[in-house]
Design a protein around this ligand. Sequence first.
Ligand code: PEP
Ligand code: MN
Length: 375
Amino acid sequence: MEELKLASLKDGRTEINLQGTLIGGKEIILMGGPCAVESAAQIEQAARTVKRVGGKVLRGGIFKPRTSPYSFQGLGKEGLDYLVTAAGKYGLLAVTEVVDSESLDLVKDKIDIIQIGARNMQNFQLLKLAGKANKPVVLKRGLSATVKEWLLAAEYILDAGNPHVILCERGIRTFETSTRNTLDLSAVGVAKELSHLPVIVDPSHAAGRTDIIPTLAKAAITAGADGLLIEMHPNPAEAKSDGGQSLNPGEFARLAMELYQVAASVNRTFTSTTNLGESLEYFRSRIDAIDSLMVALLSERMQVVKQIADTKSLDKIRDSHREKEIINRLSKVAEDLTFPPDLLQQIYSLIFDFAVEYQISSKTLGDGLSTAHTF
Ligand code: PEP
Ligand code: MN
């Protein structure tokens, strides 16, 4: 493509070094946070989670280009202060979306990365202004833009003097209605073939629902993405925007844990030890992610236990035979992993006792159960 004078792939890929974080290098860069900054406490909590699981960039919109004029439009300058403070506290980079020249002027000296949203991908005036800013730009692909149009939009920024553009695939509009948009993972490979610019993927806006975000995120890494931009809210049920597609901190942590292996399978890394080293913070972040995962799994186990209760009569609830069989099988697994079998037995006897009690109360109390046990 002749017109891609600056964006086309010639000799090597662009790596953007932002205070030691390399975007477009070997490491997968995880960016996360709420769709919109809603309060100091909300963004602070999000920042803590992003940091703990190995993320490098905190996201949070302060000017929200909403489909409806009556939806929450963002906190503006007040939100910027909350975002920058939270990111600074946890040593994260901050990214936020700009929608016009005023918002760009407001954020450009305070934020680490500027985002141009899908709806503004062909706002050529804004692209030119972002090209004059001294900060990297995440350029989202437009909802109906071809890869060529997307790269030409990047060319505007490059041509205006800013060499640091990060392309972001976030789903395109298709005839499919089961997801908000359709994540076009082919575009990652195509964009990387045509251009030297880093490419990241936002599975959140493509999916519009949380259940398929982890698999899309992992697929994006294997498709060649250099990073992920994911919506995560401390309490998605209360989110003022995009709550239905926001992971909660536990889900985010679980995904982050899984990324480590996925990254390794394509010769990439996740959670570089160079930044965190073998520091207390690093080990704590891993412990926190593991703990969140354990609680999520235990909660899932209790849901299944409840379903089993519905199929059993009250006198058949305790099944010592089955309990022994589980312990024997898991003891072998534990042995292989050099996990102390005594500890395994202690943990499982607690789980079994609780499960039995839970099943009995489920049968005798019926729906009142949820107040008796809050899982
Ligand atoms: C966002 O990141 O919150 C956003 C509005 O994304 P997009 O521009 O991709 O819709
Ligand atoms: Mn959003």
